[in-house]
Design a binder for this molecule. Structure first.
Ligand code: NDP
Ligand code: GDP
Length: 333
């Protein structure tokens, strides 16, 4: 029998990479989208899989839509990627963030418990839950949580309710505690894409500065295409469990900036980068660095794309796509 997967957050960054992987493995993929007058399929188009997915409507804040979806589809696997996922916005919209990221997960788990208890469940947990906490500079599955934003706090609830439904109802539910992962279809508000897109605009004479909140914070940045493999592997194990997924290296925002300008062939990045307090966080996390030993040993997972390759990929793609857009506009004019 063909396996079926329901992916929430299908139009975001990870949804398209995961959908592509599952389609390659011959799954039938259902993608949940919100009720929009005009949904944006740009990221799925980028991977060329828009017409290979069956779209179903639902919203993480609407319990009845989730109950109906699970009751009707009874998928083999659910990947819950939907979230208000931007830390910065969670300070501006803490209640919406909590409704989507915390209560939404409970609604989904309740739907599974009631209508399809053999469905396997993946929860998109995050290194933001660790916040200030670390063990000798690294975070692993045993590191206590100390979130630093409404986003991080909302994901801690989601993490524990996932563990609780596993323990209380024997649902095959896993938390993937993923560290930052990026790609050419990362949202443009996130710092990596803000930089790669900004550098591309400067390269093509369309902008003359990038405004950032800080250069010092460090993150363990990997490639989204590698990380969705870990999500899938977690649901193929004998027993459900929680795993930290990252590269084991951290780099500063400044290092990302320096490399991005270098790969675009622009000297003197200091001329173009301005520090702007509007992009500073009320509470910052200065360093996140994974110890992904458990995922490597138990799942046999490892990242393939290095930090340098990631920066180069994002800058090259943004320059290429901006050039194509400019050419198309010129032809039209
Ligand atoms: P994105 O922000 O790119 O995508 C999130 C998706 O969630 C969007 O498609 C959005 O829909 C959807 N969504 C938001 N609110 C709702 C709602 N109320 N109902 C239904 N759908 C909704 O995130 P990523 O793809 O980068 O991340 C995937 C998941 O992994 C998220 O849960 C994120 O928090 C988590 N994560 C991400 C990390 C990263 O570095 N990328 C690191 C660790 C965890 P729409 O397109 O309609 O706005
Ligand atoms: P996060 O780790 O989920 O918050 O991912 P982001 O890409 O949004 O931010 C990564 C780090 O870059 C955080 O420490 C931010 O505070 C820092 N940063 C510095 N300047 C900026 C900026 O202008 N925009 C964003 N999004 N982050 C910035």
């Amino acid at each position: 029998m063909k396996k079926t997967a329901l992916i929430t957050g299908i139009l975001g960054q990870d949804g398209p990479y995961l959908a592509r992987l599952l389609l390659e493995k011959d799954y039938k993929v259902y993608g949940m989208i919100r009720r929009y007058s005009n949904p944006n399929f740009e990221n799925l188009d980028y991977l060329g899989i828009t017409d290979k997915i069956e779209y179903v409507e639902g919203d993480m804040t609407d319990q009845s839509s989730l109950l109906n979806l699970i009751k009707t589809i009874k998928p083999t696997e659910v990947y819950n990627l939907a979230a208000q996922s931007f830390v910065g916005a969670s300070f501006e919209q803490p209640i919406l963030t909590t409704e989507v990221n915390s209560l939404g997960v409970l609604y989904l788990l309740e739907a599974i418990r009631m209508f399809s208890p053999t469905t396997k469940f993946y929860q998109a947990s995050t290194s933001e839950m660790f916040g200030l906490s670390n063990k000798n500079g690294y975070q692993d599955e045993t590191t206590p949580f100390h979130p630093r934003s409404p986003y991080g706090v909302s994901k801690v609830y989601a993490y524990w309710i996932t563990v609780n439904y596993r323990e209380a109802y024997r649902i095959f539910a896993c938390n993937g505690i993923l560290f930052n992962h990026e790609s050419p279809i990362r949202g443009k508000q996130f710092v990596t894409r803000k930089i790669s897109y900004g550098v591309a605009k400067i390269k093509l004479g369309l902008a003359n500065e990038i405004r950032l909140g800080a250069l010092e914070p460090r993150r363990d940045w990997g490639f989204a295409g590698d990380y969705v493999e870990a999500m899938h592997l977690m649901l193929q194990q004998e027993e459900p469990d929680d795993y930290v997924v990252g590269t084991g290296e951290s780099h500063s925002v400044k290092e990302f900036v320096e490399l991005a300008f270098k790969y675009a062939g622009i000297d003197n990045w200091q001329k173009y980068v301005k520090i702007d307090p509007r992009f500073k966080r009320p509470a910052e996390i200065y360093d996140l660095k994974a110890d992904p030993k458990k995922a490597m040993e138990k799942l046999g997972w490892k990242p393939k794309v290095s930090f340098k390759e990631l920066v180069r990929m994002m800058v090259d793609e943004d320059i290429k796509r901006l050039k194509e857009e400019l050419n198309a506009k010129r032809k039209k004019a």
